[in-house]
Write a protein that binds this ligand. Sequence first.
Ligand code: 5RP
Length: 270
Amino acid sequence: MTGSPFMGSKEIPPARVLTSFNYPRHRILSSSMAVTAEEIASAKRAAGYLAADMVEDGTVIGLGTGSTVFYMIEHLSGRIREEGLSIAGVPTSYQTAMRAREYGVPLTTLDDNPVLDLAIDGADQIDPQFRMIKGRGAALTREKCVAAAAFRFVVVADEAKIVPRLSGIVPVETIPFATKTAMAQLRGLSCRPFIREAVKKDGPVITDNGNFIVDCHFDEIADPAALEEAMAIIPGVVESGLFTRFSRNTTIIIGNEKKCKVLTSADVVP
Ligand code: 5RP
């Protein structure tokens, strides 16, 4: 068994910082302490490791995308090697598939396993009703499909992701053919939409599905569920990064190096 901060076993090395993403955060922390990249990495690793400890033998799980999920894969890989855990994962992105292969985590597909025991993923913002914004990594469509296919959804996050209300950027995946018309309709939902530009490529980010990402900037999101629905019916929109229907059978793990906080659906604020 690899060391895990939750099992009081052997010590684990400091977390590698996997936070090299250039994406605006809405950090509303419960304390006014400055948070370093190392502290965030440790919190993410603690959440990821605890989620990996929740995976049961013989199950098929969804593997989300992002740095927190990467820590989960790291620990899952240790359990596969050391405990002989037998699992298969459906990756939500090429990046996750590559990471899982590198770490010896067996992969499968939604075609072969349309019903999953568990899905584990990160989030960009989580409100008290367990409504979320996802999609910083442009994997939101596959992430939503995989989360919806699972009996149980475990969200791994550092404390900065916990917000009193969702706000700011909602990523939306659009087909290139209708991106401009979709943007015109998105503007009608009181946001400022921008096509996401790639960093190490000229032009737009192309998702794993061959589409664009439109980042919709909101001053406020009064009704996230209504907004998710309104976005979903726009022709050319594939999916939005609003996840407002996952409060049931959902566990939120808020990472902390000393002790993670685990919230279940019973903690959802009505
Ligand atoms: C990718 C996502 C990620 O799950 C989300 O951005 C969290 O990432 P990280 O764990 O790196 O903070 O939605 O599309």
